[in-house]
Design a binder for this molecule. Structure first.
Ligand code: PSV
Ligand code: MN
Ligand code: MN
Length: 388
């Protein structure tokens, strides 16, 4: 059994991973959405489910909201509800991708009236952030074009800057804007914020309170994501992660499921760049659970992040550095791989127990009967989905 040094355990104890409210709603593909009995019908029930993940892992103390999907009449009540369940409200995600007016863009639209509407939506999100106590406004834009010649690429970039600058001006002193990039979809020819460079260029033009959000599923196959992580940390502009995993496109699968080694490499660079347990670099999940149960899916996800973090913290960085400096390629690679191949699961289980947590959170949650209870209790109403 591997043991984990106590200084690493102390760092792991501080780790926190924000959960997306939409992970608890029904989701699927464009072919079919499979529903689950007990799926939340409103933001209150989503938060109650998210709190279960924290209860069994102590890893997920905050929940991100999506507006308008999680719109409520009184955010003070929602905030108190979250606190009563042992969690807090986190990032507010704006939504400019489900309104007919945004067919040809929102913050980049040719028509000033449409841009105004999209900016006002972000103002509303900032007002909500003041009530929920949220720090981050996360902006993911679905804007782009499908055919060469359809849009003025340059003009859209200029309008994007103007719109973002107007939103940025409205932020409170302790609030931030994080701009997420995605290389394609729903637009297929060009996307207005397709890559980290564009996101960086846009946020750098705004100021210190604007940062890049890196969604691990939003890159072309083969992209060296850890290199991007390194570069953004080096530039002081990595604001947050949306973790998930992908085999093909924006699959939104359980983080660490498709490629645990990639997750290890990413977290290694986070640690190397001083971004681990750093308040400026938020760890979040952005996932959907199409065929598996949602709460256990989220529990599995945060445990995967914790496990790869423990392994990345195990890298003997002094020995690695010495091997790098002396040009010992194979020794450097051995040191790196040794940490990756270390099975930390038994040691983490023991450590969990020593902190009053279940050694096996998945088993403990399954034994709790919570899923059967919500299936029995939550009758009637409309189940939440990705988009409502
Ligand atoms: C769409 O690709 C997306 O998955 C983005 O990653 C956002 O973060 C998320 O939806 C919620 O808007
Ligand atoms: Mn995302
Ligand atoms: Mn996505």
């Amino acid at each position: 059994m591997s043991t984990i040094p106590t200084d690493i355990l102390s760092e792991l104890e501080l780790q926190s991973i924000e959960l997306p409210s939409w992970a608890f709603g029904n989701s699927g593909t464009r072919f079919k959405v499979f529903t689950t009995p007990g799926t939340p019908r409103d933001p209150f029930e989503k938060i109650a489910d998210a709190a279960q993940v924290h209860r069994y892992t102590a890893l997920a103390p905050t929940v991100a909201l999506h507006i308008p999907w999680d719109k409520v009449d009184d955010y003070d009540v929602l905030r108190t509800h979250a606190e009563d369940h042992g969690v807090a409200l986190g990032t507010i995600n704006s939504n400019t991708f489900q309104d007919d007016d945004y067919k040809f863009g929102a913050l980049t639209h040719e028509d000033p009236a449409v841009r105004r509407k999209a900016i006002d939506h972000h103002f509303e999100c900032i007002d909500i952030m003041h009530k929920t106590g949220s720090r981050d406004l996360k902006i993911w834009l679905a804007e782009g074009s499908n055919y060469p010649g359809q849009a003025d690429l340059r003009g859209r970039q200029d309008r994007l800057h103007e719109s973002l600058a107007t939103i940025y001006e409205r932020l409170g002193d302790d609030q931030r804007l994080v701009l997420e990039y995605k290389f394609f979809e729903p637009a297929f020819y060009h996307t207005d914020v397709p890559d980290w460079g564009t996101s960086y260029a846009q946020v750098a033009a705004l100021g210190d309170k604007a940062m890049v959000c890196l969604d691990t599923g939003h890159h072309a196959p083969g992209t060296n994501i850890e290199f991007i992580v390194m570069q953004l940390l080096r530039l002081g502009k990595l604001g947050s992660f949306d973790f998930n995993s992908r085999f093909y496109a924006d699959d939104d699968l359980i983080v660490g499921a498709a490629d645990p080694f990639q997750l290890f490499r990413i977290i290694f660079e986070v640690i190397r760049g001083g971004g681990f347990n750093h308040p400026d670099v938020a760890f979040m999940l952005d996932q959907c659970h199409n065929v598996e149960d949602k709460i256990p899916g989220q529990i599995r996800s945060v445990l995967n992040v914790q496990e790869m973090t423990a392994r990345a913290l195990l890298v003997d960085t002094e020995a690695l550095r010495a091997a790098q400096v002396s040009g010992d390629v194979l020794e450097a690679n051995r040191i790196f791989m040794d940490a990756f191949y270390t099975d930390v699961r038994p040691a983490l289980a023991e450590w969990r127990e020593s902190r009053g947590l279940p050694a096996d959170p998945m088993a403990a949650f399954a034994a709790s009967g919570y899923l059967a209870k919500i299936a029995a209790d939550r009758v009637g109403g409309v189940q939440a989905g990705w988009g409502a």
